[in-house]
Design a protein around this ligand. Sequence first.
Ligand SMILES: *[C@@H]1O[C@H](CO)[C@@H](O)[C@H](O)[C@H]1NC(C)=O
Ligand SMILES: *[C@@H]1O[C@H](CO)[C@@H](O)[C@H](O)[C@H]1NC(C)=O
Ligand SMILES: *[C@@H]1O[C@H](CO)[C@@H](O)[C@H](O)[C@H]1NC(C)=O
Ligand SMILES: *[C@@H]1O[C@H](CO)[C@@H](O)[C@H](O)[C@H]1NC(C)=O
Ligand SMILES: *[C@@H]1O[C@H](CO)[C@@H](O)[C@H](O)[C@H]1NC(C)=O
Length: 810
Amino acid sequence: MPAHPCARMCTRVHVCACVCMCVHACARVCTRVQAPPRARRALPLCVLRGRGCRGYSAAPGAGTGAGRWGAREAERGGGGERRCQPPPTSKLSFNSAAPAAAAARHRAWRSPLPPAARGARSHRGPAGSRGRGRGAAAWARSLCPWIEACGCRCRSQRDGEPGTPRRAAGNALQPPGMADKCSEGLLNGAVPGERGKQDKSVKRGNWGNQIEFVLTSVGYAVGLGNVWRFPYLCYRNGGGAFMFPYFIMLVFCGIPLFFMELSFGQFASQGCLGVWRVSPMFKGVGYGMMVVSTYIGIYYNVVICIAFYYFFVSMTRVLPWTYCSNAWNTPDCVGVLDGNLSSHAAVNLTHLLNATQKRTSPSKEYWRRYVLNLSDDIGNLGEVRLPLLGCLGVSWVVVFLCLIKGVKSSGKVVYFTATFPYVVLTILFVRGITLEGALTGIMYYLTPQWDKILDAKVWGDAASQIFYSLGCAWGGLITMASYNKFHNNCYRDSIIISITNCATSVYAGFVIFSILGFMANHLGVDISKVADHGPGLAFVAYPEALTLLPISPLWSILFFFMLILLGLGTQFCLLETLVTAIVDEVGNEWIIRRKTFVTLGVAVAGFLLGIPLTTQAGIYWLLLMDNYAASFSLVVISCIMCVAIMYIYGHRNYFKDIEMMLGFPPPFFFQICWRFISPAIIFFILVFTVIQYRPISYNDYVYPTWAISIGFLMALSSVICIPIYAIYKVCRSEGDTLLERLKNATKASKDWGPALPEHRSGRYAPAFSPSTESHLEVQPLHPEKAQSEAASASPVQGSNGLAHSQDSRL
Ligand SMILES: *[C@@H]1O[C@H](CO)[C@@H](O)[C@H](O)[C@H]1NC(C)=O
Ligand SMILES: *[C@@H]1O[C@H](CO)[C@@H](O)[C@H](O)[C@H]1NC(C)=O
Ligand SMILES: *[C@@H]1O[C@H](CO)[C@@H](O)[C@H](O)[C@H]1NC(C)=O
Ligand SMILES: *[C@@H]1O[C@H](CO)[C@@H](O)[C@H](O)[C@H]1NC(C)=O
Ligand SMILES: *[C@@H]1O[C@H](CO)[C@@H](O)[C@H](O)[C@H]1NC(C)=O
């Protein structure tokens, strides 16, 4: 049976792919042929009427397994060469290792081309590097008659202006997007069959290089929690002994989950919604991730805005929270610098001790009574704190400007935002460690209390800290990895990033506890009196300790600048997650070109939704969101994700995908973790969270029941997406019985797989033969889509300015 001449070639080799895409654009002249019953529904087999297509038939089963082989070959480099050679016979059988001689290649290549093309190709030196580009352009132009044979217009011929080789090549073929890609591959010096620049997704954009991805992910994973949560947890849960469960949880749960999300996103090059083509019924998981990311994105930027506020007010000679002489201070206020603990308190020892017991620090009063002007109840919103509102605007503008060109711009910003916090941490560490009492503080932080290690709470805390701090199930990891090149080694990256994240946490503990130890020493109190976590640490305890240092405004500026950078790194990814999900979901050229406006829209919406959090009751709402919206639901989402990939899609399928992408299957340890250990640990975290549950309170304030109900509703709102979407999907899917519908709904959709056509080999190869093993192998052509693409006059502008159409995968 005659089949598409590129049926096998195009997924494997860049140039072949380009030709095939050109052909694909002409799909409207393709005729449906009688296909065997199994493939008929899914696959309008496409046969070209053009004469170049004669004499070819697909080799049944030729593509099976070639993908895995191909991935390994590609790893070694240059392996693609062989696969572009149709054998001397008319059968396309790529498993037969044909000799790699250039002559044979040319002979093989010439055959599907029209005479004009053959002529043009003959003056291309196979190894000439400079002449190659020009020759390639000529060759691309010379395809025109062949393309026209399929009914496509060749613009350069019609316009009659070849221009520069590149433009000529770009104009020569329709649709232009494909043509550009075609010429790009050729002008890069890729001969047919050579491995060209085939690893990039031009339409979505990629990271500029691998460092950008690693830095962004580090910036994403390393957040405020590393500074304000981990040290306190460690101190509370047995000091150095806590490191042990922490490390175990990192190895068995953190790194495997991290690797899973990275590989998941990278394989499909899709955001957190698009990846669920793997099993459409579970797309609700992606919506759940989006909802959680929305909540986190809203309140996270409010925290950044408060850091901005402290950053700005630190630019004075005397920090405003140093003394108790301000209008907002109460009689209970005793500053650490008020040497005789005076002004209000009587100077005698008994009273002094009493005063120390119930003293409120000026930094606390500054925070509660001035910055927040805290109201007495969560329902009593009071007025919007205008300084905070201004800072919220500033932080959203900063986030938006950094993301204005998507990962292209944020990838550059992270060179600074992800590295500078380490500089600041080191400065603060050196400053802190040289203070009197610092060692006492660090001893508190690190001294192992081995008896605590048998406590289930310690293990639960370790697991949840790992889980929350790595940012699993936020969707951000999937999104970031989706901008990777297909063959990037995300296995290595996931290990680097998760270990960096945990090392940062440990390191931040030194910074925090050295200064807290110094302050406790200065006040002559136990460190438990000054140790705190969350906003209480970052905006009360630590700033207070800083006032004890000479040139305290400098340290304060550094510290808050670091907090801002840590927060921004996470905030970028949260925003990018939402934007990518929206853009990928709509998926048409119109919105891809307007990605900046989508970003702007999301930023404005986030700003507006953040305004309630800048009111006098804002901090109550912020903590409520932090405690409810982003805790249980993340665990549930992550658990379902693991199960869906490992058990619904199938671990074997997934391991094969990884092998195709990385060239090696996931190590045995990860296979075991993914299948059994990590889901079990996640389940343990869930049980632990439920057992440990205590209604939230903030200092003395106990939240009313209605507020807690709202918290639960927020938690539910993300998880509920999963069953709702699943039910919707089952109802919409085909099948007579419920079981059939379920099966159809969980089955991987046809466009699941590598996004770029040249990576779709093996099971994802566009199969034109009836000998398909599964639905995964058949890729329908979309004649109507191709038509509209051909009709659209302007090329699709990708974010890096090149044009390429992704939809034209064969
Ligand atoms: C001690 O307290 C008195 C008022 O009781 C005040 O005038 C004085 O300045 C304080 N001394 C120091 C060193 O703060
Ligand atoms: C110490 O203060 C307490 C209460 O303020 C007072 O009763 C007591 O007389 C004071 N002692 C001295 C020695 O001043
Ligand atoms: C210490 O404070 C408590 C209440 O906070 C009070 O009952 C007690 O009398 C005080 N002691 C002295 C010696 O002032
Ligand atoms: C705090 O809010 C109250 C009203 O709730 C207002 O009277 C007061 O002036 C505010 N304080 C500051 C420092 O803004
Ligand atoms: C999916 O739906 C089609 C069309 O109704 C049906 O023929 C097929 O059996 C279903 N597949 C499964 C796995 O149930």
